[in-house]
Write a protein that binds this ligand. Structure first.
Ligand code: AP5
Length: 215
């Protein structure tokens, strides 16, 4: 099974992709996590991506496509959920070319719809583990210790791009660019839009039902 999960920043893509990956044994490939891992490791990709990410702009297509293609080709699994990629039409077309070459058709594109007001509330309260990338919310999904990750006890951080002005800019980028790309999948009958509001488990149930409806 090959799925894409798309939606505005803070819609819950990472939260839902992690749940799905665990329940259905999928490889979770998250473009943002991949870039942040490279920034931490000080690679050429990380150095190139950092200023774009800090501003809330998209990393250039050629850089992003190369990184994700390598990650997909290296994966041990043919079943995966892509979280945060593609975000532009050229990325969507490059992904299609790759999947066709690999003989791995796409099954479903899930778009999580959440209002901008809710996004601002979610991202302002988010804390992220820089080691394992797990996210928490200081109101909706608290860690056992407010400052440490439940999984590995690493100190939690507020992401550099989760400052109010940068969140608003990321939302503009989403509405101006990524939202337009969705027609590409809608035209092929692959797109399912779901309400991303409500309890995490309620959203997970909607995601599950959408997948079952396709099976
Ligand atoms: P990326 O890391 O992908 O960020 P994003 O798309 O902005 O998404 P987020 O990680 O902020 O949110 P999410 O939807 O995963 O929500 P989460 O589950 O954490 O990308 C960062 C940057 O990298 C981009 O700005 C760009 O520069 C670059 N980049 C990445 N991919 C790229 C690409 N393809 N092309 C070019 N550049 C690229 O949830 C958010 C919060 O809400 C958490 O606190 C969570 O606990 C909470 N929450 C989740 N679900 C619920 C719920 N149902 N109710 C209440 N709270 C909830």
């Amino acid at each position: 099974m090959r799925l894409l999960i798309v939606g505005p920043p803070g819609a819950g893509k990472g939260t839902q992709a992690r749940i799905l990956a665990e329940r259905r044994g999928l490889d979770h490939i998250a473009s943002g996590d991949l870039l942040r891992e490279n920034i931490r490791a000080g690679t050429a990709l990380g150095r190139e991506a950092q200023s774009y990410m800090d501003r809330g702009d998209l990393v250039p297509d050629d850089v992003m496509i190369k990184a994700i293609e390598a990650r997909i080709v290296d994966s041990d699994s043919k079943d995966f959920i892509l979280d945060g990629f593609p975000r532009t039409q050229p990325q969507a077309e490059a992904l299609d070319d790759l999947l066709e070459r690999l003989g791995l058709p796409l099954d479903l594109v899930i778009c999580l719809a959440v209002s901008d007001e809710k996004i601002i509330e979610r991202l302002g309260g988010r804390r992220t583990c820089p080691a394992c990338q797990r996210t928490y919310h200081m109101q909706y999904e608290r860690p056992q210790d407010d400052e440490r990750c439940d999984e590995d006890n690493t100190g939690l951080v507020l992401r550099a791009d989760d400052q109010p002005d940068t969140i608003r800019h990321r939302l503009d980028v989403y509405h101006d660019t990524t939202e337009r790309m969705l027609d590409y999948y809608a035209d092929r009958g692959l797109l399912t839009s779901l309400d991303g509001d409500g309890y995490v488990e309620s959203v997970a149930e909607r995601v599950d039902q959408a997948i079952e409806a396709r099976s």
